[in-house]
Design a protein around this ligand. Sequence first.
Ligand code: PSV
Ligand code: MN
Length: 392
Amino acid sequence: MVALSDLTAEQRRLLNEQTIEVPSWAYGNSGTRFKVFSTPGTPRDPFEKIADAAQVHKYTGLAPRVSLHIPWDKVDDFTKLRQYAEELGVQLGTINSNVFQDNDYKFGSLTNTDEKIRAKAIAHHVECIDVMRATGSKTLKIWLPDGTNYPGQDSMRVRQDLLADSLAQIYKELDDDQQLLLEYKFFEPYFYTTDVPDWGTSLAHCLALGERAVVCLDTGHHAPNTNIEFIVMQLLRAGRLGAFDFNSRFYADDDLIVGAADPFQLFRIMREIVTANALDKDSGVNFMLDQCHNLEEKIPGQIRSVINVQEATAKALLVDEDALKKAQLEHDVIAANDILMDAFWTDVRPLLCELREEKGLEAEPLAAFNASGYLAKIAEERVGGQQASWGA
Ligand code: PSV
Ligand code: MN
């Protein structure tokens, strides 16, 4: 067993300083196209979402930022929302644009050949940049639904050129300390082409835009069996890995609790992060969740998620890198694999309990949250009004 005292000062520092950004939409209702289940106590507005997100930070010490989605989280006064978040000990983080729920965007947003619609999509992003100025957010995250369903439906080439132009118009609106984060997804909502289907396309656009354009890697946005840690390594080499949208998938873009489906993959991803010194808070990589909790309670779902990332990180830090390097140079395949697996199989839960207690937190965040009575309290208090959900 490994204890906290077995870690080097640097390993402890990295674990102590690790942060994970949580998404506001994880606290609202969600579901599949078959059914959205509602839960008593679900937030009715962005203020209540922030209050719930602050609980995750309170019990884990890991989640001091909350991403917003516009227009889902539109409020009259963003400065007030920012102050409210700060009073609860969290900050407003990445601003996500949304061009996937408006009829005008049926045939594309930033790639639409209709100049009026494309201008509307660009203007939406300019509005998001204004929101960022009020919230203090430094990152504009763009995920485009744009794509086509049938060969011949549209010109792939023309759409790429329009996209490049739209992104350039948005990029030049950013302040010097703000960045553009471009997310890719290999399919859905369209199935024949997607205009930003993969990390290569995202990177190509980012390189053309400039230094403040970086790639967002959503772990659910790849074909089955894709070696995601290879992509992590490659984007880190290029200095363009801006952020993760962490979640788990069994089939497609399932948005389940990160590490639930394949904890070994999460460990392999975090190991690439650790070996590239990208865990450091100044590395420029933002570790975010992009998840929905359709069946489980949302706040416990988020607590479980950030702890899963923390556990994978601790394991990744425990790899005996010197021994591994020696085995690799000797081409001792079995020994090299054994060294990696030793770290993966290490139970890091006791050392993380120690780490939390040292910070003044409860050793077991989930148990502490469940004992707090918060869920019963919000179920009782939040009566009436419209529960937040994907459409709201
Ligand atoms: C799209 O599937 C996506 O991953 C994007 O990040 C969206 O903004 C998000 O999901 C909404 O959950
Ligand atoms: Mn995402």
